[in-house]
Write a protein that binds this ligand. Structure first.
Ligand code: ACO
Length: 323
């Protein structure tokens, strides 16, 4: 059987670092409060004139290099984003043009912070059927552009960035030793829209809008839903939690990571956490953390990875991948 194997990973952060002290100059907050409640120490902001597609292209180039592939070989691009450069075309089509990739399939997936997990599952449908031979799955965001800079409950939490993986079809035996995506679990509950949303859009206000959130309620749903997604994805893949080498979570809040680890029985030493240095980069946070784990030598070929997220929608999900 064909599997979708991840053959390369890359991450990119924009150049402008924003510390907690920088934010304390514009809203009533402090470095100590932000660290204690979230674990976040800094985030990065895309400079004016740099769009989501620019961050995506940088991450894509790194992932292609890691996979030993060139843009000329890419036949599918899926970008998970909630902050597109323009309402249309899709960021994926812009990335195709900027990379110089040939005519192929390119579209965006919108599932907010869960977007990368959703996009991986969608790409699996193309790659494991043999429709795509070299796919780029990218999470890319400029979340700072959605911030209300007078709302201390949200503006301290988010940052910009991008991460990408290359997926290629690989023959497997249908066992847990196969390289590739072994299983996933996706969920959405639209009744929870009011907990986390952006208050503008083309068909309502005609504006981009600002992010609104009931943080403590989102927090509670995140711990419960992510735990459920992890258990469900592991069951679908046929693996035990103890078999998983690395958990690569969506990086929203260190306390969410710890709450999920406690609830599911995950050893915290097996959780890749970049929340302190990246903050919440929405759909970009998982591939950014994954790229960090690979570059610092923790994540190695052959290991079993579990990625998981929850975001606006609410949406949530998890996937199990053998590297
Ligand atoms: N600095 C100082 N005080 C603050 C700040 C801040 N940046 N933000 C909120 N406060 C204050 C509030 O105004 C409130 O003050 P009050 O008691 O005088 O009214 C007090 O802190 C407590 O507010 P809570 O919202 O109850 O604080 P909580 O401990 O829940 O922390 C936080 C807030 C950090 C937003 C937390 O709820 C959280 O991280 N939730 C998850 C949200 C999230 O990560 N969303 C991202 C998208 S979804 C996802 O990615 C999973």
């Amino acid at each position: 059987m064909l599997r979708s194997a991840v053959t390369g990973v890359g991450g990119y952060l924009p150049t402008e670092e924003v510390t907690n002290d920088d934010l304390a100059k514009i809203v009533d907050t402090s470095d100590a409060w932000i660290i204690e409640r979230t674990g976040i120490r800094r985030r990065y902001r895309a400079p004016e004139g740099v769009g989501t597609s620019d961050l995506a292209v940088e991450a894509a180039r790194k992932a292609l290099d890691a996979a030993g592939r060139t843009a000329a070989e890419v036949d599918l691009i899926i970008v998970a984003t909630t902050t597109p450069d323009l309402t249309f075309p899709a960021v994926a089509a812009m990335v195709q043009r900027k990379l110089g990739a040939p005519v192929g399939i390119a579209f965006d997936v919108q599932a907010v912070c869960s977007g990368f997990v959703y996009a991986l599952a969608v790409a699996d449908g193309f790659v494991a059927r043999g429709t795509a031979k070299c796919a780029l799955v990218i999470g890319a965001e400029t979340m700072t552009r959605l911030m209300d800079w007078t709302d201390r409950g949200t503006c301290v939490l988010f940052g910009d960035g991008a991460g990408a993986v290359v997926l290629e079809p690989m023959e497997g035996q249908g066992t847990l030793d196969d390289r590739g995506i072994l299983g996933f679990s996706l969920r959405a509950d639209g009744t929870k829209q009011d907990l986390l949303y952006v208050d503008g859009g083309p068909s309502t206000t005609g504006t981009v809008g600002k992010l609104r959130m009931h943080g403590n309620q989102v927090f509670r749903h995140a711990v419960v839903n992510i735990s459920e997604a992890i258990t469900s994805a592991a069951k679908t893949a046929g693996v035990e939690i103890a078999d998983i080498d690395w958990f690569v979570p969506h990086q929203a809040n260190q306390r969410i990571l710890e709450g999920v680890a406690r609830r599911v029985g995950i050893d915290e030493n097996r959780v890749i956490s970049t929340v302190s240095d990246h903050a919440n980069t929405s759909a970009a946070s998982i591939p950014l953390a994954w790229a960090q784990g690979v570059s610092d030598g923790r994540i190695k070929p052959g290991q079993l990875l579990l990625v998981e997220a929850m975001g606006g929608g609410l949406t949530w999900g998890a996937a199990v991948i053998r590297l």
